[in-house]
Structures are given as structure tokens and as C-alpha cells.
Design a binder for this molecule. Sequence first.
Ligand code: F6P
Length: 320
Amino acid sequence: MRRIAIVTSGGDAPGMNAAIRALTRLAISNGLKVLGFIRGWEGILENNYVELDSRTVGGILHLGGTILKTTRCKEFRTEDGLRKAAENLMEDDVDGLIVIGGDGSARGARELSKYTDSKIIVLPASIDNDLYGTDESIGFDTAVNTALAEINKIRDTAISYERTFLVEVMGRRRGFLALEVGLTAGAEIILVPEVEYDKEKIYEILERNAAKGKRSSIIVVAEGVGDTWKLAEDIRKNVETEVRVSVLGYVQRGGSPTARSRLLAALFSQKAIELLLDGVGGRVVGIQGNEITSISLDEACERVKPLNINLLKLAEKLAI
Ligand code: F6P
């Protein structure tokens, strides 16, 4: 192992820069050369990279986003694209490739690994936290805290106006973010894509709450649940309450990473470099319990990370 490359792919997550910094510095201190591909897979397809050293990754630890930029690249998903990417990795003498990203990036990495001898390691970084094999991804804690801070403010106006707020959080396919944000914000109702919801039950909860004097509510809705505005309209028609919708949107993807997101970035990076130095590829690094672990890329892509339904039940019990 002489030369490694780093690429950030898919949705950016706070702490990606912390990972770029940690990976670069750990690699350099082990005598490795480090490249950074620009704009995700597109950078590999276009052979667009910069050399990274201790100084180029200075001053970025506290920044959200990714200095390497990111894209969702269609060409990479084709066989020609994958072959071209593999050829470029060979041409650039990349012995090890570290992919920082979420579930989609892991799938891309797995496809690429079929065409290249470069050892590939995935570092989970995603506000969706949906990659199998890790309890938590880099950036998740930051996004939870960002959304929580916003909902705390919404709670103030909800209580003052005695309104029902539907707060939509990100999570196109999975509800990890909605669940953790909902529970910690004390949401009266949490809707996630994994669990089908019953509108009648929502009306019932709101009416029951009103009857006992609880006249404002926060409903946290994961983006992937469906049409939040339509749901708001239905509630308005069926329950005597003023309803407002607040879509938190891209604020959740940005911002300075929390200590937790930075810590994961450092620990995951350490594990990734250790694996590469041992000549091991095809792994996804993660945290399970309190242990930094790795599982095979195949397993990470084939298995579906389960949502903790107990948390959903707990949130329900706490919201009476
Ligand atoms: O990063 C993941 C994610 O934030 C999803 O929760 C969201 O649906 C999606 O990215 C949005 O992606 P884009 O910015 O590419 O539309």
C-alpha cells in the first residue's frame, strides 16, 4: 500500500471534512501518499484529483460539507462508467480507495470493487444513518441536533398559538433521523416510512390531547412518508385545530459537526487506515455498541438496517 485516494459521494454530511483530515493525516504518518478525487465518482471518471497533505486538510475540522465536493453521478452507474473508473484508479496507481458516504455510496463502491484491484473501504457518513453495519454514521448526530434546535423554536410558537405543527425532516427512504429527532423533541406523533400510519389514529391522538388540555402538538414526519401538505389538509378537515407545516430541508445537511460526529470521523478513519495497511479491502467501517468494527461491503449492501421500533414505542409512551 503506497498511494490511497479519498472520495466523498452522495449527500454531504457534517463531519466529512473531519474524516478527510483524519484520513489524510493518519495515512501520511504511515508513509502513504493521499489523493482526493473532486466531485465524488465524477472525479474518478474524469481523473480530477488533488494531492492532499497535512496542510491542505488544515482548518476544515469544524466545517460542514466536504472540501472535495460531492455529486450523485449517473454515468458511474453504467458498466462503461465503472470500467472507466477502474482504469483511472489503475492509471493513478491508487492502491486503496476510501469512500466517504451513505448507503448509495456503499452500493457504488461495491459495484466498483468488481472491476478494480484497488482495496475499497467505505466510511459511513450520512444524515440518513441508513447504512447497515454501523449504529451511527458520521453527520447523523449533527443533523439530529440541528433539527432538534429548530423544533425547539417551533415548539414555542406551537404552544403560544395552540397549533398543530407538522415538521418534515429529511429521510427519503428511512426514518432514523425522524425517529431520533421526534423522540428527543418530545413529538406527540412520529411518522416514518417503515411504519404505515393510520390517519384516524392521528385524529384520535390530537382530539384526546385537546380533551385533556394539551392543545398544541408537534408531528415529526420523515420526508419519505408521503405528502406532508396533504396530511396537514386532512388533519385540518377532521380535527378542530390550526395546522401549520414546516419543512426543515437542507439546514439539516449543513453546519459545524458536533463533537460526536467528529469523534466518529476520527475513529472510523483510524480503522480504515489500519485495514488498508493490512492490505484489506471490501469493508465498511462502523460502530457497534462501543466498538469500532468493520463488516464486508457485500453484507452491508445486502442487509437492511432495522429501525429501532422500541424507540418509536417509547416516544409514544412519553408523549401522553
Ligand atoms: O443525504 C441524504 C438525503 O439528505 C436524504 O434524506 C434526502 O432525501 C436527500 O439526501 C436529498 O438529496 P438531494 O439533495 O440530492 O436531492
